[in-house]
Write a new protein. Sequence first.
Lengths: 244, 287
Amino acid sequence: MEDEEGYRMPILTLKFKKNKIADFPMQKGRSITIGRRSNNDIVIENLAVSGHHAKIDAIGDGFVLTDLQSKNGCFVNEQLVTSHWLKHGDVVNIGKHTLVFAYNDGESRPEEAGGQADQTIVMDTNLYRDMVNKNNTPTPASPAEKSQVIGVLSYLAGGEGEVTLTKKLTKIGKDAASDIVVSGIGVGQTAATISIRPNGFYLSHVGGFFKARVNNEAIKDSILLKEFDVIELGSTKLQFFTKD
Amino acid sequence: MYTIESAGLSDTGKIRKDNEDTLLVDDDMGLYVVADGMGGHRAGEVASQLVVNSIRDYIQSCYKDKAAAPSGLADHTLSPAANLILKGIILSNEVVHEAAKNNDDYHGMGSTVAVLYINDGTLVAANVGDSPIFLIHKGQIDTLSVMHTVVAEHKAANPEGADQIGAEYNHVLTRAMGTETTVEANICEVPFFIDDRLVISSDGLTDLVSPAEILATVIGHPPKIACQNLVKMANDRGGTDNITVIALQVIKSGNRQTKLTNLLSRLSRILRQSLALKKDNGRRRGL
């Protein structure tokens, strides 16, 4: 088996007990799904096998087996795995069926284990999505991750309602072009900014005679805003909080 | 006012035969870039060079000719400077993708990119892949980049479950330059302050040297020495990958003394004028 670049590809052999059922040649850049339902590439009609049990992705020159949260799990060489880089001779057990992963003699094989690990590669997006989806508790840790966390400023004085921090850099000051216009003597044209950084929302001093105060402390440079911090500048008072 | 003192250093390391990293240090434009290429047969080197050159050329063309700056597709949540960088990254991705598609030797190549653009008192940090950007402010080190790796994204989604992922995923990226037709970069804009320091590197450094060690090194030394020390540290620990570091330091320009002298001379001039006025008044009264 050769792909268009002349690389030789390994073969998966499906067996039940000692009987060979079929051979499935692997292809570079192509994923293979394994399960009981008929829309899988390798269909195993057995109740011990989940509808969508596992998949094998081609990553770089290697292949990765990923268990798709199957009921009975995937075993490679009798070890339970969630994900596993397949090596020549690996025996995968799914239910009572066996898949043997093998390169033919003399085929070029990717370097195993160590060799594979220190090479930077880009992951197939489907495989990645599956892995993330397997985590049922998505606690958004940083606002940069698809910005699930939204920062909001709620007026306590000097205005009404809320301001949602949609911009990467929100400008606060006297200048009419500011995102949040603040009046008062000694307030800078741009007095302060709030930037969205990977680990949170930062308020920074920019200019003007009076500095913005966070919880009554004048901010000389930058501070990471915490939930319900109170920001004061000129005649304006705002409270910071986040929502999903 | 400020000036930026900068230095950059790239080293092949102890294991690899080639250096697939590329760096750019351009103080005139305020543009600093690290790209870490991947792909066999020197394709990684080609990819990282294409990334750096295409971003540099684009920013340069806009820098000279303001009309060439992006207008149409601009993201309104970003400043013009940030839009410029974002557009540069998108164009650069297309350049690498096209090259990879049209040349068999370059098939499948890609690169990371980490960009710092210092313009008009703000700093734009953008990245794709796993080359980090650090901001060191008041003795604290913080990352401005977001790591597009399976491990990092898994950790963000589920902090407790991060250990489930094996070491084999350490270098598996979820995004890169040139591997797909489009790319989404992480971007952030922050003000900066005198004495802040910034570090951009390839993962060849951060795999072997911790952020705390980077912090200690850049605080204690000027950028040039900091780069040399960091590269040496990574090489002493095995130099398993190419090591690239750019270090920047924000320095006050026009020293304090001249400012103070200016202020004093202005004050004394005002005093002299008002005294002269008083004398004048007195003289008049005396008459």
